[in-house]
Design a binder for this molecule. Structure first.
Ligand code: 26V
Length: 786
């Protein structure tokens, strides 16, 4: 909705008080924190959705972002910020004696995603609204988001269900008129599909408010519901459990987010989830298109559909089916339309994360779609008779191949990742379709990841260069001359110090962990995975601890090593890494010889809200994946933007961060992607690396000897054996780069300058820039503001 059409009659505060009374049923005096945030959310919702659509919306090209995950976190603070309602809300809370910050914290995180892929989707939606690009996000309203993580007494990960939706969400408005029926199973013939089972996809709309409240897009998330609410006959016969069986089965589909971002579970439920939301989204998109009165042949002119990884790849056969079986179009025409409408983003080249569905399972659940996949393959083979690349191969449907064949554009998420796509996984397809693959390097929204999460820095920047940077992040370049000004530099250092003091206070209060803000805050927060190499970080910690013990009077730069992140519940090795970090923390933190210069803390249950606290307070950003494995990274961008230089490999978007902030403002170490491949071919590479580095050997010996307890055999055996991710081979250079960081950090002015240059030169990593790229190069979509 355009801003000038927003209904601003009556003050926001009055609306909040009214919602408090009418929806929460309490007076301001009785309101609990939860009542306040719900009333605030409802009032914000009204603001965001009031008003009419501009006439040109009817003609505009509409973007649809299909994603299994939207990791949105908390919504209220971001919404208030974008609507410029924070001051009024603070005043309202003050008037009623409510604690504004506590009210904001009463909102549970919407953890409808695992990590980078889902958080990127959330940043993209916000940028789409900020840029005035008409768009819908489509996904699943999971009843339970990503599991809650805690540590047991030994420091091992424990998982508990997450319950954000138990009391309902004030953001999610059910849209009963737009329900869809989704079939499964049954039989197929040339005439079409006869599903055996069906569920209802019930949409709930969440508002996505852009900067300045200038435009609001919709995130439409589907819940699965039974076609029949319950079986009355069985109920009346006393079979109460049986009577609710169908309902329970249907609801299972939207019950829980898959807590795994690496290994496709070969499980029916996940394929059901994928088809469920994808089919519901396509029906909704086509219904809206037809309501707009356009002819089917113009679909690609009015609609673009983005497949966020292969999870919605079944969109290809489903769209063809909707156009042929349900609308009578010829197959070739339908496929041509689908191909012009669909686009695919790849987010990982890790072989274990590339989806492939057993053709038996696929055919049982989606018999008609399996036929159509074969016809898509046949059409592709006719067009390219010399090369054999098929979506259905080796007894499975290869979802990456299917997505590629059925897409107009295929993109990678960083320059390096895109090149590796062309050279490795998609080499054959790239040769057949030169130009189809293109790059759109990821970005992050500066509203959440600076303006909201780091108000001190945002204020300092605005004081120096005005507030235009919020919607035009390149303007941060204007900070560079200010860095020469000693007063500004001192203020910048003061912001970081104050953020660290805040974080330390929160760590003490919430986690009982003491953190000394005088130490360097060295932060690694992300999912736990061997390729991300948290074990390289903790090994270096052990080696540093040993070095300090050897020379306690040395000139050590005091460091706090901070970790956060969850491991997939079934990923045993990753869970061992968590256990090791916690065990090292226990020993090192208790050591009177070293504790003033080295501390280790692993904060449990890392999520979006925790990232918003940690990133503004970080001094050093750990981005240490094995080169060639991290598709892009987006945390790396958030740290640089908030003034934490990177300790990193030449991987993913680290490469581009280093190019932009300058090599001298980036702590580079490790092998390149090419060197990684060559090193892996060296027989006994890990054993050789350990032999060549006495510090590494001693650190591994300490773990093996049980200095941190038992249970780390798999890690030790790996680092001295196969070491596929080359932790041992990169250790020596990592140590060197860390000592270089120590040296620079010891010089306050030098470090502040480096941090400042990271901020000033990170404007390019705004997701506004990324979305402009998608609009121009992939979607052919335009802003309603232009
Ligand atoms: C795979 C699966 C398999 C089945 C269970 C659920 C599930 C969920 C996610 C995935 C693939 C995850 C891929 C991913 O998250 N890639 C990350 O994407 C970020 C945004 O582009 C990027 O910055 C990270 O480098 C990349 O690892």
């Amino acid at each position: 909705m355009a801003r000038d059409l927003v209904n601003t009659n009556g003050s926001f505060s009055t609306e909040v008080e009214r919602h408090l009374q009418t929806r929460q049923g309490v007076s301001p005096g009785e309101a609990r924190l939860d009542d306040w945030w719900r009333a605030l959310a409802l009032a914000v919702r009204d603001r965001a959705t009031a008003g009419a659509s501009p006439a040109r919306l009817a003609e505009a090209k509409e973007v649809n972002y299909l994603s299994m995950e939207f990791l949105i976190g908390r919504v209220l603070e971001d919404a208030l910020t974008n609507l410029h309602l924070t001051d009024e809300t603070r005043a309202l809370m003050d008037r009623h004696g409510a604690d504004y910050d506590a009210v904001l914290r009463a909102e549970p995180d919407a953890a409808l995603g695992n990590g980078g892929l889902g958080r990127l989707a959330a940043c993209f939606l916000e940028s789409l609204s900020t840029l005035g690009c008409p768009a819908y996000g489509y996904g699943i309203l999971y009843e339970h988001g990503l599991f809650k993580q805690s540590f047991d007494e030994d420091g091992r990960q424990a998982e508990a269900p997450e319950t954000w939706l138990t009391d309902g969400s004030p953001w999610a408005l059910r849209r009963m008129a737009r329900r869809q029926t989704i079939g499964f199973g049954g039989t197929a013939s040339d005439a079409g599909w006869y599903p055996a089972d069906a569920v209802i996809a019930e949409p709930s709309d969440l508002p996505v408010i852009g900067w300045d409240g200038a435009w609001t897009n919709t995130l439409r998330l589907f819940s699965a519901r039974p076609v029949q609410p319950f079986d009355l006959a069985r109920f009346n016969a006393g079979d109460y459990a049986g009577a609710a069986e169908e309902e329970a089965l249907a609801r299972t589909i939207s019950r829980v987010l898959y807590p795994d971002d690496t290994t496709p579970e070969g499980q029916e439920l996940r394929l059901k989830q994928e088809f469920f939301f994808t089919a519901a989204a396509l029906r909704d998109i086509l219904a809206r298109f037809e309501e707009r009165g356009h002819a089917l042949a113009t679909l690609p002119d009015k609609v673009a559909i983005q497949l966020n990884d292969t999870h919605p790849a079944v969109a290809a056969p489903e769209l063809v089916r909707l156009l042929t079986d349900e609308r009578g179009m010829a197959f070739d025409d339908a496929l041509a339309l689908a191909q012009k409408t669909l686009n695919y983003t790849n987010h990982t080249l890790l072989p274990e994360a590339l989806e492939r569905w057993d053709e038996g399972l696929f055919g049982r659940l989606l018999p008609r779609h399996l036929d159509i996949v074969d016809r898509i393959d046949a059409a592709h083979a006719r067009a390219h008779p010399k090369r054999k690349v098929a979506a259905r191969a080796d007894g499975a449907v290869q979802m990456g191949v299917l997505s590629f064949i059925a897409a107009n554009r295929v993109n990678g998420v960083s320059a390096l990742h895109t090149e590796l796509m062309k050279e490795t996984v998609f080499a054959d397809l790239n040769a057949l379709h030169p130009g189809r693959i293109l790059n759109q390097t990821n970005g992050v929204t500066p509203r959440r990841w600076m303006q909201t999460c780091n108000p001190r820095l945002a204020g300092l920047i605005t004081g120096a260069i005005g507030d235009g940077w919020v919607a035009d992040l390149d303007q941060l370049q204007g900070l560079e001359p200010h860095l020469e000004d000693a007063g500004f530099a001192e203020a910048l250092a003061g912001v970081k110090r104050a953020n660290k003091v805040d974080l330390a206070g929160w760590m003490a209060a919430e986690h009982g962990v003491k953190a000394d803000p005088a130490m360097m805050f060295d932060v690694q927060i992300k999912r736990i995975h061997e390729y991300k190499r948290q074990h390289l970080n903790i090994l270096e910690t052990i080696a540093l601890w040993q070095a300090i013990k050897d020379a306690p009077n040395g000139d050590w730069t005091p460091r706090l090593k901070l970790f956060g992140g969850k491991a997939a519940p079934g990923y045993v090795f990753a869970k061992e890494i968590i256990h090791l970090i916690n065990s090292v923390a226990k020993v090192v933190n208790a050591d009177p010889v070293t504790r003033d210069v080295l501390q280790v803390a692993y904060l449990p249950n890392y999520n979006v809200s925790m990232a918003e606290r940690l990133i503004p307070a970080a001094d050093l950003s750990e981005q240490i994946s094995t080169a060639g494995k991290e598709a892009s990274g987006t945390g790396n961008m958030k740290f640089a933007l908030n003034g934490a230089p990177t300790m990193g490999t030449l991987d993913g978007a680290n490469v581009e961060i280093r190019e932009r902030v300058g090599a001298e403002n980036f702590f580079l170490f490790g092998m390149t992607a090419d060197e990684v491949v060559r090193r892996r071919a060296v027989a006994g590479h890990a054993a050789k690396a350990v032999k060549a580095d006495a510090r590494l050997a001693a650190a591994i010996r300490a773990v093996r000897a049980g200095m941190f307890g038992a249970g780390f055999d798999a890690i030790v055996d790996n680092l001295t054996g196969p070491d596929y991710f080359l932790v041992s081979s990169d250790f020596t250079d990592y140590w060197r780069a860390q000592r270089e960081a120590d040296r620079v950090y010891a010089d306050d002015a030098g470090w502040t300058r480096m941090a400042g240059l990271n901020i000033a030169r990170s404007g390019w990593f705004s997701s506004d820039r990324t979305i402009r790229g998608y609009m121009a190069d992939i979607w052919g979509a335009e802003s309603l503001f232009d």
